[in-house]
Design a protein around this ligand. Structure first.
Ligand SMILES: *[C@@H]1O[C@H](CO)[C@@H](O)[C@H](O)[C@H]1NC(C)=O
Ligand SMILES: *[C@@H]1O[C@H](CO)[C@@H](O)[C@H](O)[C@H]1NC(C)=O
Ligand SMILES: *[C@@H]1O[C@H](CO)[C@@H](O)[C@H](O)[C@H]1NC(C)=O
Ligand SMILES: *[C@@H]1O[C@H](CO)[C@@H](O)[C@H](O)[C@H]1NC(C)=O
Ligand SMILES: *[C@@H]1O[C@H](CO)[C@@H](O)[C@H](O)[C@H]1NC(C)=O
Ligand SMILES: *[C@@H]1O[C@H](CO)[C@@H](O)[C@H](O)[C@H]1NC(C)=O
Ligand SMILES: *[C@@H]1O[C@H](CO)[C@@H](O)[C@H](O)[C@H]1NC(C)=O
Ligand SMILES: *[C@@H]1O[C@H](CO)[C@@H](O)[C@H](O)[C@H]1NC(C)=O
Ligand SMILES: *[C@@H]1O[C@H](CO)[C@@H](O)[C@H](O)[C@H]1NC(C)=O
Ligand SMILES: *[C@@H]1O[C@H](CO)[C@@H](O)[C@H](O)[C@H]1NC(C)=O
Ligand SMILES: *[C@@H]1O[C@H](CO)[C@@H](O)[C@H](O)[C@H]1NC(C)=O
Length: 478
């Protein structure tokens, strides 16, 4: 009788037979050997390659109770204007090809003219400007929290709690692998920054159940992913953009998998949008308790919190039954997950197509999370609140009184009028709108904001809206 060899034996045998790789000059972002051709290390302080490995979960999680020694965002020697003025198109942005064939001489065979970093210059895998440094430093703050967050739930919850949430041993192994991906990402970003790369911090998480943890992770990876799409094509260093794209491609997969584990439709948009850095930092900072002494600070803005009082509870089979007073989010922070321990109306352990929300590759929603025309209730904080590591950042806005709600998703940023009902409360209605054809704009885990102006912005100039944002929130559309 044929006996199937065990997986261990099979792969053990294959591994033994595998050829060793041919040694090559190693590829090491940000080290002396990599950049020595163009820069003198002695004057720029490059350091040894750093590796992050073997992380599980921090020994401390919770609120920061001390007094900060430094306050405010990182500042430059000078700030030159209150906002960036709009300009006409770049005079060189004129290429148009009506013939469908190359119009210019080719620099080499099969090599059409143009492109950046295509003329043979030696790649330099390091940040090239303050914009690059602050953007990648933000990305590293993000990778650091994910490294701790993904491990934390695995360490915090029991096998029984995971099984009860529909996540068996194989699903847990997948999360473990995603946690380990973060060691690679943290290593890469640290080395593209150099010696002042931010270190890992300590965090203060909102969840108490497996489902809340997974829901929180699908929100955190949303702003992690969109926060990078928002700046990646604005980076001065194309080399850094290349490596960052290779890490954010896995972040995007993580976001989708966490949606699946939350029992949500894995993806319900045609386009994942990009957000300015300050939006991602606003959402991330409240979950950082404190950072080590001398931590490199960020220059980005922390907007005041916009709470969506009837943000749909992802654990309900009729999400429109979500309470109207904010009580179905586990706490007051922007991306806090939905309350999972509902006494009635839960979609967990409900094996009914269109209503159940146990982990699955795909789920239909017979009753949507939200819909066009839905009244959405808002409450927002005044600026001047202490947030982030050591409570050492301060929320701020340069906008006037709120007049509009901005809905940022897909290729669009659309506005609806805000009806103000109190000093810091109001409502609006979810808009109806399409990207192309019948693809509705408002769907998925997305950013919403109050603004003082319905400024027209498009995916490459979204940050021009920042001076007009009063408060920022995260909406669970679907
Ligand atoms: C090569 O291209 C870069 C832009 O990618 C440009 O800055 C540089 O001047 C070019 N070098 C040469 C020798 O043309
Ligand atoms: C933040 O708090 C930690 C822990 O108390 C402390 O070690 C660190 O120096 C503080 N950093 C700042 C900037 O206050
Ligand atoms: C803080 O960082 C600066 C700049 O790298 C360095 O000169 C200083 O010695 C550091 N201070 C401490 C206490 O680590
Ligand atoms: C959704 O809930 C709101 C508030 O309870 C209610 O006014 C509205 O009729 C509901 N809409 C639908 C389509 O169920
Ligand atoms: C749900 O969990 C929260 C936090 O653990 C607790 O405060 C609340 O009482 C629980 N609600 C129910 C209905 O069990
Ligand atoms: C769900 O229901 C279907 C159809 O009744 C059944 O085939 C399937 O085994 C059920 N799944 C679970 C996990 O109970
Ligand atoms: C799921 O939803 C799609 C689109 O609304 C529909 O075409 C399909 O029949 C649904 N599938 C099931 C199994 O309900
Ligand atoms: C709005 O703020 C003013 C001044 O602080 C206060 O007098 C008033 O009662 C507030 N109104 C509401 C509806 O909260
Ligand atoms: C959304 O953006 C697309 C692409 O620019 C555009 O075609 C469409 O008209 C926009 N939709 C709305 C409602 O503005
Ligand atoms: C959101 O996406 C789901 C799944 O693709 C779809 O069924 C639903 O109609 C979409 N909602 C809107 C408002 O477009
Ligand atoms: C953003 O870009 C669009 C073109 O894509 C332009 O019409 C709009 O005026 C720009 N917005 C600002 C604030 O410059």
């Amino acid at each position: 009788m044929y006996t199937r060899p065990s997986a261990v034996l099979l792969f053990g045998a294959l591994a033994a037979a595998a050829p060793a790789p041919v040694p090559q000059e190693s590829f090491v972002p940000g080290t002396d050997s990599q950049i020595s051709a163009s820069v003198q290390p002695a004057t720029t302080g490059y350091r040894e390659q750093v590796y992050v490995s073997g992380y599980t979960s921090a020994t401390f999680h919770g609120e920061y109770t001390g007094t900060p020694t430094t306050v405010g965002a990182a500042n430059a020697p000078a700030t030159l204007a209150a906002s960036i003025p709009a300009l006409p198109p770049n005079p060189t942005a004129t290429y148009y090809n009506s013939q469908g064939v190359p119009l210019n001489p080719m620099p080499a065979p099969y090599m059409p003219a143009g492109g950046l970093g295509t003329n043979g210059t030696l790649p330099r895998y390091m940040v090239e400007s303050d914009f690059d440094f602050e953007s990648i430093a933000l990305g590293l703050y993000q990778e650091w929290i994910e490294l701790d967050l993904f491990h934390d739930g695995l360490a915090r919850f029991t096998d029984e709690e995971f099984t009860e949430a529909g996540l068996g041993p194989e699903a847990r192994s997948l999360i473990e692998f995603m946690a380990d991906q973060e060691t690679g990402h943290s290593t890469l970003l640290t080395n593209m920054l150099g010696e002042r790369a931010p270190a890992q911090c300590y965090y203060n998480y909102p969840y108490t159940t497996v489902r809340e943890w997974v829901d929180f992770m699908q929100r955190v990876t949303r702003f992690g992913e969109s926060g990078v799409w928002g700046f990646i094509n604005h980076l001065d260093s194309r080399e850094v953009g290349q490596l960052l794209a290779q890490s954010i491609a896995t972040e995007a997969r993580q976001q989708m998998i966490f949606r699946q584990m939350t029992g949500l439709t894995p993806m319900n948009v045609h386009f994942e949008n990009g957000w300015p850095q300050s939006w991602a930092w606003t959402m991330l900072a409240p979950y950082i308790s404190y950072c080590p002494q001398n931590e490199t600070r960020l220059a980005w803005q922390n907007f005041p919190t916009l709470r969506i009082l009837n943000n749909p509870n992802v654990n309900r089979y009729s999400p429109n039954d979500t309470a109207q007073d904010g009580s179905e989010q586990v706490g007051p922070r922007i991306v806090d997950p939905s309350v999972s321990n509902l006494t009635e109306g839960s979609c967990q352990n409900l094996n009914v197509t269109g209503y159940g929300c146990d982990p699955a590759i795909a789920h239909n929603k017979s009753e949507p999370l939200t819909f066009p025309g839905r009244k959405v209730l808002f409450e927002w904080e005044a600026p001047g609140q202490a947030v982030g590591p050591n409570n050492s950042y301060v929320t701020a806005t340069t906008a006037g009184a709120p007049k509009f709600v901005g809905w940022s998703q897909q290729l669009n940023l659309t506005y609806t009028p805000l009806t103000v009902t109190g000093n810091n409360t109001g409502y609006s209605y979810q808009p109806l709108g399409y990207v192309y054809g019948d693809n509705g704009i408002i769907n998925g885990t997305m950013a919403v904001m109050l603004t003082d102006l319905d400024l027209y912005v498009t995916p490459f100039n979204t940050s021009m809206l920042n001076p007009h944002i009063v408060a920022l929130g995260l909406y669970m559309a679907g």
